[in-house]
Design a protein around this ligand. Structure first.
Ligand SMILES: [Ca+2]
Length: 482
């Protein structure tokens, strides 16, 4: 309907049509997927987008600084040459703003005529151009600012609107949504409908519960979780997403919940992913960095990975601050090589899971992809060793077998005496931590003297990472010559 072509006769070379070929009865036909598949080759053709695609609402409190003081409009045309174009500015930006034109153009960079909010350029030749706007005022509430652009390939031709008009979305800074109310924990905006824009830092493939959608976004001010009870998306790393939704709190996590899939809109498929904020040494996870993408450099593994729900818990030391890391199975991160004492770099989202009031604990670092956990150094492992002396001993004359077990304190040792048939004669240690020394008097498990003969001392070591090692030593119980 938007094509306005009706059943008119169209001059040759007016437009290109894109679409899917299908067949109905004996007719093959090209089916355009939307108005963008009809591309006029002459007047009005082209698209334009704005950089940045969003600006923050006017902040009278001064708490949410936004360094962007300029909006750039990048105009791309499908025609070879545009000779005339006009730009109508949204009134909401005020009338003190400045406008400059730059790029691959000849002719004037200053507008020839300005009528109301429309700037006319009559003699330019452009393929791709950038129009910069500065000194604009910010609206106080979220809205969409549409810049209407019309072009003509002729110097005095009829000007037509381009296919896709550039839009700047005026949104709340995410930090404003995250900012706690009087209790210092829950968002002051709980229950309020907000509009934010941010880059996906935690993809929905990893952070969505079964049948639902969850992901993390971040803007220049902060990060937040987006949660929908229905299955939408996927929302991938690096996508710039516009989100409209209600602010809620769930187990300590501030979320924005869209009410329909139409409230989630991908503005750019590959936008600039923000660099993670590096935590200072001994800096802990806490409320005011919830939702942020952070980096913990050279942390020490404090406890081995352990199963927790469907994922794994891992505890690390950031200097003096303990940090809980929760690894979702969907991240495909392999933790099998991680051991206590390893020095690792970890990056991820600061999440929170605290099922009980007052929701002031349960902060977790949530890695997203395999590269988010990186082993820097592994401390040398204390070797496991078993030594005995003497190899031949006579309990009858009061000799004892001196047994030395070497190994780390985190390893559990089981020490047994077996006969040559493999039967257990005595158990000298059970799940004992090393290192230790044991003096054996040659008594079996019932306290009786073990007969003379050949025996095996067997040491089984269960290491903290689940690996097992067994060492066998042979010795002889004898009786002295009389
Ligand atoms: Ca929280």
């Amino acid at each position: 309907p938007s094509s306005n072509l009706g059943y008119r006769t169209i001059p040759e070379g007016t437009f290109d049509l894109f679409g899917v070929i299908d067949q109905r009865d004996s007719l093959y036909r090209v089916v355009p997927r939307g108005p963008y598949d009809l591309r006029f080759k002459g007047n009005g053709s082209g698209i334009a987008f704005t950089l940045p695609p969003y600006i923050f609402v006017e902040d009278t409190s001064g708490r949410y600084s936004d360094p962007v003081g300029e909006i750039k409009i990048v105009l791309k045309t499908w025609a070879d040459t545009i000779k005339t174009f006009s730009l109508t500015l949204p009134e909401e930006l005020g009338d003190s703003l400045k406008l400059t034109l730059s790029g691959d153009l000849t002719g004037t960079t200053e507008p020839d005529t300005i009528i109301d909010n429309t700037f006319y350029f009559y003699s330019v030749k452009l393929l791709e151009d950038t129009i910069s706007l500065s000194d604009f005022s910010r609206p106080a509430d979220p809205c969409s600012l549409v810049f209407e652009i019309k072009t003509s390939v002729d110097s005095a031709g009829v000007m037509q609107a381009i296919f896709e008009q550039p839009t700047v979305y005026v949104v709340y800074p995410i930090a404003m949504v995250q900012a706690p109310g009087p209790d210092g924990l829950n968002s002051a905006m709980v229950g309020k409908s907000v509009r934010v824009a941010g880059v996906v830092t935690g993809p929905s493939e990893v952070f969505s519960p079964e049948g639902k959608t969850g992901f993390w976004i971040q803007d220049r001010s902060g990060g937040v979780n987006i949660f929908s009870n229905s299955l939408v998306g996927p929302f991938n790393l690096g996508q710039l997403v516009l989100v409209k939704g209600t602010v809620t709190e769930y187990n300590g996590t501030t979320e924005i919940s869209p009410s329909s899939s139409g409230d989630l809109r991908v503005l750019f498929d590959q936008y600039e992913v923000p660099a993670p904020e590096t935590l200072r040494v001994s800096e802990a996870l806490r409320e005011d960095i919830e939702g942020l993408y952070v980096y913990v450099k050279e942390a020490e593994v404090a406890a081995p990975p352990s199963q927790a729900g469907t994922g794994k818990n891992l505890y690390i030391w950031n200097g003096q601050a303990p940090i809980a890391v929760y690894v979702y199975p969907e991240t495909n991160i392999d933790l099998s090589a991680i051991q206590v004492g390893d020095i690792i770099n970890v990056q991820g989202i600061v999440g929170q899971y605290d099922p009980e009031e007052p929701y002031n604990s349960g902060y977790q670092l949530l890695p997203r992809v395999p590269g988010d956990i990186e082993i820097v150094t592994t401390p040398p492992r204390e070797a496991i060793d078993l030594s005995i002396s003497p190899n031949v001993f006579s309990p009858d004359i009061g000799e004892v077998l001196r047994i030395e077990v070497q190994g780390p304190a985190t390893t559990r040792f089981t020490l047994k005496v077996l006969d040559t048939e493999g039967r257990e004669i005595a158990r000298l240690a059970d799940s004992r931590s090393g290192p230790f020394t044991y003096l054996w008097k040659g008594l079996d498990k019932n306290g009786n003297k073990v007969p003379i003969g050949l025996y095996i001392l067997q040491l089984r070591a269960l290491e903290s990472d689940g690996q097992e090692e067994t060492i066998n030593k042979v010795f002889v119980i004898s009786t002295p010559f009389k």
